[in-house]
Design a protein around this ligand. Structure first.
Ligand code: SF4
Length: 466
């Protein structure tokens, strides 16, 4: 059985559904397990929103649910194993399982491990997942209600939300199979994205996290299609999108950009950061710095002038913080390449860094590259990079001590509040402690002065508003 997506055919297994006796419940309880990256989380939110719209009840209790949906990740071999493990656990605890997401492109693998699974669909096949749930767990017609909450279902805490602006990717990095799983770039029209962002903010979201596979490429596939939003023309491209989001930020929300590649047109976004329309923050997955490695990785925006560009950004917006991820131990990476990367990090002074040891991904072209790096060398390079980054980040954070800035509150307990500055994204960057501030609420944005920093986190004092 197959089902057609935008540009390719993804197998979809629903045979086991035929043997399932419909339950005919008035309010089907659906458990949901979401694995993978922020983009997969957005897919989960969309599926949950549709299920809620149909009248299903979403429950946290997997054994107590009538059926469980598992949204899988299929990027790395370890992620596939984790996904298969989660499916197995859901089968053991509940028995009625629908699988979706990136691993769904390998239905044979899932069925071989867990033949009891009711249905399998691929990434972004929202309608197919909902149909599979509908078939396995039909609701009585009169259970159709207006259950959609005003801001749709979010898996992130209520005060921040991921805003997905496109699907797929036109790049062909040699270590990545995302384009073969998710297809080429398909951008959402800019007016649609801006309307969703406005709706989220009007229903209480205080921080929008813009995500995609390649945020800088937004709109390329639509030839920057012009659209109208609130009577103003915006083109479907990143600069116009950020201008529109800047308008929305005036309602009291932060806008943070993730997965930006350093193409020249990114320079146009820096003034919007300097003017406070979007946060002075760029998440750029550089992955390496050595030209040799970048070439074999086939990375986009692999230009010699990146260091100059970063310096230019820091001049135009001194407050900017840059986050990045790097891969060490890529096939062919020599000691010289690795030392080049360490020197580059020192010069670029990237504030926040995540590091991965290279791991082959089934189906990726990089698997055929010569010069595999031994595991112990990968581990040593990983430790050396993290140590170097600790020094850089300690220095960069110390420079912010004494500064005033804004903080968004993530949680409050009896000792005080924990939040993040404008320079820190949720889940991946550092946190800031506000001792004794117990009267705040998650999502509050307050002025603070930075008193102290270690290698990753800040301690701050709240300042009077205004
Ligand atoms: S930019 Fe490269 S790593 Fe990122 S999704 Fe596209 S092909 Fe994969």
């Amino acid at each position: 059985m197959t089902s057609q997506t935008a540009d390719r055919v993804i197998p979809s297994f629903t045979e086991n559904l035929d043997s399932v006796a419909p339950l005919g419940r008035e309010s089907g309880k659906v458990g949901f397990i979401s694995l993978g990256c922020g983009k997969a989380l957005v897919d989960s939110e969309r599926i949950l929103t549709r299920l809620r719209a149909e009248g299903y009840e979403i429950v946290a209790d997997v054994p107590g649910a009538d059926l469980v949906v598992v949204n899988t990740c299929g990027f790395l071999t370890s992620a596939k194993e984790e996904s298969l493990g989660a499916i197995g656990q859901a089968v053991a605890e509940n028995g009625r399982v629908v699988v979706t997401g990136c691993l769904g492109v390998e239905p044979e693998r899932i069925m071989a491990a867990h033949p009891e699974v009711l249905a399998i669909t691929g990434p972004q096949q929202y309608e197919q997942v909902v149909s599979a749930v509908r078939e396995a767990l039909p609701l009585k017609q009169d259970a159709f209600t207006s259950l959609v909450p005003p801001s749709a279902v979010q898996l992130t805490p209520r005060h921040y939300a991921y805003l997905k602006i496109s699907e797929g990717c036109n790049n062909r990095c040699s270590f990545c199979i995302i384009p073969s799983i998710r297809g080429d770039l398909v951008s959402r029209p800019v007016d649609e994205v801006l309307s969703e962002a406005e709706r989220l903010v009007r229903t209480g979201v205080r921080e929008l996290l813009v995500v995609s596979q390649d945020t800088s490429a937004y709109g390329l596939d639509t030839k920057y299609d012009p659209r109208t939003w609130h009577g103003v023309e915006y083109r479907t491209r990143i600069k116009d999108l950020c201008e529109g989001l800047g308008r929305i930020s005036e309602l009291g929300a932060w806008v943070r950009l993730h997965y930006v590649y350093p193409y020249p047109h990114v320079d146009q976004l820096i003034p919007l950061m300097a003017e406070g329309k979007i946060l002075p923050y760029l998440d750029i997955p550089f992955q390496h710095a050595s030209p040799n490695v970048l070439k074999t990785m086939r990375r986009p925006a692999n230009q010699e002038k990146v260091l100059d560009r970063i310096k230019g950004w820091r001049q135009a917006c001194p407050d900017i913080a840059i986050r990045s991820t790097f891969i060490v131990g890529f096939p062919g990476e020599t000691e010289e390449d690795f030392e080049f990367l360490l020197d580059w990090l020192e010069e670029a002074e990237i504030e926040r860094v995540g590091c991965f040891r290279y791991e082959p991904v089934e189906g990726a072209r990089a698997n055929a590259l010569p010069g595999a790096v031994p595991e112990e060398v990968k581990q040593q390079r990983y430790e050396r990079l993290m140590l170097k980054q600790q020094e850089i980040s300690t220095r960069a954070l110390a420079r912010r001590v004494g500064r005033t800035t804004r903080l968004i509150v993530d949680e409050v307990d009896e000792e005080g509040a924990i939040g993040r500055t404008e320079w820190d994204a949720p889940q991946v960057d550092g946190i800031t402690f506000l001792q004794g501030e117990t009267d705040l609420q998650p999502g509050d944005i307050v002025p603070v002065r930075i008193d102290h920093a270690d290698e990753y986190d800040f301690w701050a004092t709240r300042l009077p508003a205004g």
